[in-house]
Design a protein around this ligand. Structure first.
Ligand SMILES: *[C@@H]1O[C@H](CO)[C@@H](O)[C@H](O)[C@H]1NC(C)=O
Ligand SMILES: *[C@@H]1O[C@H](CO)[C@@H](O)[C@H](O)[C@H]1NC(C)=O
Ligand SMILES: *[C@@H]1O[C@H](CO)[C@@H](O)[C@H](O)[C@H]1NC(C)=O
Ligand SMILES: *[C@@H]1O[C@H](CO)[C@@H](O)[C@H](O)[C@H]1NC(C)=O
Ligand SMILES: *[C@@H]1O[C@H](CO)[C@@H](O)[C@H](O)[C@H]1NC(C)=O
Ligand SMILES: *[C@@H]1O[C@H](CO)[C@@H](O)[C@H](O)[C@H]1NC(C)=O
Length: 397
C-alpha cells in the first residue's frame, strides 16, 4: 500500500473515531436507565430524539415511567404529545451544579417547543427557580406562576453538550397541550404545486403514486421534486414508460426517512427509496461538497437547489434533474463527470450523454434557492472516499 494512501486511511479512521466519540445519542443514554423506557420510546417515535442528537448544548428533562403514565393518561393526540415533550427539552445546558446556582435564584429558559415556532408568545419558555432546602422547581412560563415539577436527579451530564435531568412531574402547559395540525394533514401535492413542483405533483396524482408518499409522512419522509421546467423536458421519456415503471420512477424520488439538510451533509452514502423492492434496489448515493448536496444514480447526478418545506417528519427538496434509476435506464459507461466553467460563479458538473436536462435548465429554482445553492462534483471528500474504498478493496485482495 503506498504510504500516501496509508496516511489517508489512518486519518479517515481517526476522523471516524473522533466524530463518533463526540456525538451524543439520547436513545442510548436513556436505554441504560429502564425507568425512563416509556419516555425514551416517545422521544424516538416523535422524532425528537433525532432533533436532540443533532443539537449541542441541550438539556433533557426526563420523566420516569410513572410520570409518563400520568402524561399519557391525558390521551393527547400524537402531535400534541410531541409538543408537550418538546417543552421538556431545554435549548441550553443545565448541569445539576448550574441548576443550584442560578443568578438571582430564578431564570426563564427557551425550549424546543419555542424553537418549533408553534408556541404562541413566550409559552415555550420554562421557569427554573431555586427553592428552599436545596430544591429546584420547574414550570411552564405562563402556567400562573405554578412550578409543577421538582428536580430529582442528574441522569447523565456531558458538559456542555447534553445534560439529562430527571424531574418529578410532567410540565403542564395549556399552549403545548392545545390541538395541533398533524403533518399527515398537510396536502403534499398542493404544497408542491404552489412552489414550483406542480408538474411533478400532477404526475404523482395521475399515476396514483401520491398515496404511497402520503402513507409515509407520519413515519418520516424526504421528497426530492424535480422542478417544473425539468419535468417538462422529461415528459417525452416519461410517456414511453409503462404504467408500473412510471410509478417506480416517481417513487424513486422519495426516501422513507426524514433527512434534514444537516443529516444529508453528514450521512453521505447509499439511500434506499420508496421504489426499493427486494432485488430491485432503486437506490442512489448522497454526496456533499461543503454546502452542496448531490444525488447520484449511475445515470445522472442531480443537485438539491432548495428546500420547499421542512417540518419534521416531512421535508421536501427541489432538485434540478429527474433521478434516473439503473433499473430503468442504462448507466453512463465512461466516467461522466468533468468540471467545466459556467457563466455563474458556481462551477458546473457536466453530465453523461444520457442526462435528461442541461445542468442549468432551471434558472427559476436557482433564483429561489437559498445557501444550499451551488454545484458539487467528485472532489475533496468524494475523492477521498473513492481513494479509501479503492485502498480497502486492494487490501482485501
Ligand atoms: C442511537 O442509539 C440507538 C440505540 O443504541 C441506535 O438504535 C441509534 O441508531 C443511534 N442513533 C444514532 C444517530 O447513532
Ligand atoms: C439579578 O437581579 C438584579 C437586580 O434585580 C438585576 O439587575 C439583574 O439583571 C438580575 N440578573 C439576572 C441574570 O436576571
Ligand atoms: C418563576 O416563577 C416564580 C414562582 O411563580 C416567580 O416568583 C418568578 O418570578 C418566576 N421567574 C421568572 C424569571 O419569571
Ligand atoms: C462535546 O462536544 C464537543 C464538540 O462536538 C466535543 O469536542 C466534546 O468532547 C464533547 N464533550 C463531551 C463531554 O462529550
Ligand atoms: C390536495 O390538493 C389537491 C389540489 O391541489 C386536491 O385535488 C386534492 O384532493 C387534495 N388532497 C387531499 C388529500 O386533500
Ligand atoms: C420512445 O420509445 C420509442 C420506441 O421504443 C423510441 O423510438 C423513442 O426514441 C422513445 N422516445 C424517447 C423520448 O425516449
Amino acid at each position: 500500500m503506498p504510504p500516501a494512501t496509508t496516511t489517508l486511511l489512518l486519518s479517515l479512521s481517526l476522523f471516524l473515531l473522533f466524530s463518533a466519540s463526540n456525538a451524543h445519542n439520547i436513545t442510548r443514554i436513556l436505554a441504560k436507565h429502564p425507568e425512563f423506557s416509556t419516555f425514551n420510546h416517545y422521544l424516538t417515535v416523535t422524532h425528537l430524539a433525532a432533533e436532540i442528537n443533532r443539537r449541542e448544548t441541550i438539556t433533557v428533562l426526563a420523566l420516569n415511567n410513572a410520570a409518563m403514565s400520568s402524561l399519557l393518561s391525558k390521551q393527547l393526540p400524537f402531535y400534541t404529545l410531541k409538543n408537550v415533550l418538546s417543552l421538556h427539552v431545554l435549548v441550553d445546558y443545565f448541569g445539576s451544579k448550574k441548576l443550584h446556582q442560578i443568578t438571582n435564584g430564578t431564570a426563564l429558559t427557551s425550549t424546543m417547543f419555542q424553537a418549533t415556532g408553534a408556541a404562541p408568545g413566550s409559552s415555550g419558555y420554562i421557569n427554573i427557580t431555586d427553592l428552599k432546602g436545596g430544591k429546584v422547581g420547574f414550570g411552564a412560563e405562563n402556567n400562573d406562576g405554578k412550578l409543577d415539577a421538582l428536580y430529582v436527579k442528574a441522569v447523565e451530564e456531558l458538559p456542555y453538550n447534553i445534560s439529562v435531568l430527571q424531574i418529578s412531574q410532567p410540565l403542564n402547559s395549556a399552549e403545548a397541550e392545545a390541538p395541533t395540525a398533524e403533518p399527515s394533514q398537510v396536502n403534499l401535492t398542493a404544497i408542491m404545486s404552489k412552489q414550483g413542483c406542480k408538474a411533478f405533483a400532477d404526475l404523482l396524482i395521475s399515476s396514483g403514486a401520491d398515496a404511497t408518499f402520503n402513507q409515509n409522512i407520519d413515519g418520516g419522509l424526504t421528497v426530492f421534486c424535480p422542478t417544473d421546467p425539468v419535468i417538462k423536458d422529461f415528459m417525452p421519456k416519461y410517456k414511453n414508460l409503462t404504467a408500473s415503471k412510471k410509478v417506480s420512477l416517481l417513487l424513486y424520488h422519495g426516501i422513507p426517512v426524514y433527512q434534514s439538510m444537516q443529516m444529508l451533509k453528514t450521512n453521505n452514502g447509499i439511500m434506499n427509496t420508496l421504489a426499493t423492492d427486494g432485488a430491485n434496489k432503486y437506490d442512489f448515493t448522497i454526496q456533499n461538497d461543503g454546502e452542496v448536496v448531490t444525488l447520484e444514480t449511475k445515470v445522472v447526478t442531480a443537485k438539491i437547489t432548495g428546500t420547499l418545506m421542512d417540518e419534521e417528519p416531512l421535508i421536501v427538496y427541489k432538485i434540478n434533474k429527474v433521478l434516473l434509476p439503473t433499473e430503468l435506464y442504462k448507466p453512463v459507461e465512461a466516467p461522466a463527470e468533468s468540471p467545466k466553467p459556467s457563466k455563474s460563479k458556481h462551477k458546473v458538473v457536466a453530465d453523461g450523454p444520457q442526462s435528461d436536462a442541461p445542468a442549468e435548465s432551471d434558472p427559476a429554482a436557482d433564483q429561489t434557492a437559498d445557501n444550499q445553492n451551488g454545484v458539487a462534483g467528485l472532489d475533496g471528500r468524494g475523492l477521498l472516499m473513492v481513494l479509501v474504498s479503492l485502498c480497502i478493496g486492494v487490501s482485501l485482495i
